[in-house]
Design a protein around this ligand. Sequence first.
Ligand SMILES: [Zn+2]
Length: 327
Amino acid sequence: MNRCVVGVDLGGTKIYTALADSRGRLAAEVRVPTGAREGPEAVIGRIAETVRRVMREAGVGPGAVAALGIGSPGPLDQAAGVVYNSPNLRGWINVPLRDRLREATGISVFLDNDANLAALGEFYFGAGRGSGNLLYVTVSTGIGAGIIIDGRIYRGAGGGAGEAGHMVISPGGPLCGCGRKGCLESLASGTAMAVRAAELVSAGRGKAILREAGDNPAALTAASVARAAGAGDPEAAGIISEAGAYLGMGLANLINVLNPDRLVMGGGALEAGSLFWDSMAGELAARALGPALGDVTVVKSVLGGKSGLMGAVALALDSCGKRLPKE
Ligand SMILES: [Zn+2]
């Protein structure tokens, strides 16, 4: 293999690295724990080690890798290659990740945020194939988005585009992690569902949900809510359908503004089951404007946990001038 690239998906808990050929086919892949607590230098050293490992496993020498793409939790400056104060990488403050990784590996490095790259991964290799204007929304502990317009990531003036989780949906609503009130993330994320459950429990209700958390209020999660709903508990079902409806409102707003042809949904909260999805889809259909609704196909991610990695591969291929074949 003489022209290949490396993709790295850097997360708060794991580093996922792969070597791919010029069509994005993976030749070797490896996952290791991030160990973010040990600080940026240790993590950068560990990333470089995974890069050497996939090269070794695929049998390629140092000169054969044309570029390395890496996705990182934000906020970050994509153009400068610097990760700011990332809540998912504790202790990372203004880390020049791109340049440090280039020094550590000797390969040209291209950096972008994880949601943008998940969108790019789905666009080229997943549920977004054949699309031209794609919106990717991930719902897990938080809510993030990646926007692709005319085949390119839309980053905005300062690289901050795609913060769909902080659209205000309910003025005066619950407090969000960003310090403001009523953001989509405070109403529709996995964290939001866990908070609603905790509120019920502290009001002396939500017995079935609490049982799913081992009768420990501190252990309540969105998964406890989903399990209770699956067993037929109406309070749990109420939490899930309300969160799904708020998500549908947010998505309708985005569809009305962006008029995408494809909306790809990812993230662990979709595991909350068909109730969450149906409630989201119902609200979306009720609130999106007819023409925009008619243009969009709503699908689940097909790459799942691989979307960020495949986006990093796509970024590397794109950046070294290997324009990807688009179906
Ligand atoms: Zn917010």
